[in-house]
Design a protein around this ligand. Structure first.
Ligand SMILES: Nc1ncnc2c1ncn2[C@@H]1O[C@H](COP(=O)(O)OP(=O)(O)OP(=O)(O)O)[C@@H](O)[C@H]1O
Length: 164
């Protein structure tokens, strides 16, 4: 996948456990970084972030979700961090709720007020990794494509493109 602005959007790596999603994500991160892209690497759990490596942090730390609240976007570091990221890689996405992604989308827009866009996530390239069949473990849904999209996608769900 090229990382030119023409390919910005929301992509996801789908596959059962052990099929290489994490390795593909690592390779993608390396490639994007070598092309000079600023990549934010995170995962929905600390364990997943640690396993992914590549400087990954938890998504709630990266985007300012503390305890049960979003910290205000008046934090200059948080604003810069969001505004400067070209690419956001978020692994184990089946653990995230639609509201989390929706708030991340809104934070990207708020952090980039000068961009003439209301594209999802302010037009950043978003790469989501995970296995939709793990949904059943974290929420009361069946595991079909519609349930997956409505669970993790919310209003952004219609813009998903499948990477693998
Ligand atoms: N292209 C590859 N060639 C050979 N081995 C690979 C390849 N990609 C991944 N593997 C190996 O397969 C195993 C699983 O890979 P990986 O952790 O990337 O899968 P995953 O889909 O992220 O799994 P999970 O959903 O359980 O986290 C690892 O031991 C990894 O080294």
């Amino acid at each position: 996948m090229r990382t030119s602005s023409g390919n910005a959007g929301v992509w996801r790596i789908q596959g059962p456990g052990g099929h290489g999603k994490t390795n593909v994500m690592r390779a993608f991160i390396s490639k994007a970084a070598s092309m000079g892209k600023r990549v934010t690497v995170c995962a929905t759990t600390g364990k997943a972030a640690k396993f992914l490596g590549m400087g990954a942090m938890t998504a709630h730390f990266a985007f300012g979700f503390r305890g049960s609240q979003w910290i205000p976007l008046t934090n200059r570091y948080m604003l810069m961090f969001l505004a400067m990221a070209d690419v956001i890689c978020l692994h184990e996405i089946s653990m995230a709720k639609a509201a989390f992604l929706q708030q991340l989308h809104q934070r990207c827009l708020d952090a980039c007020p000068n961009l003439p866009t209301n594209l999802p996530f302010a037009g950043k390239l978003i790469l989501l990794g995970g296995d939709k069949h793990q949904l059943a473990a974290v929420c009361d849904h069946k595991c079909d494509e519609d349930a997956y999209t409505s669970h993790i996608g919310g209003p952004c769900g219609t813009c998903f493109k499948k990477f693998i």
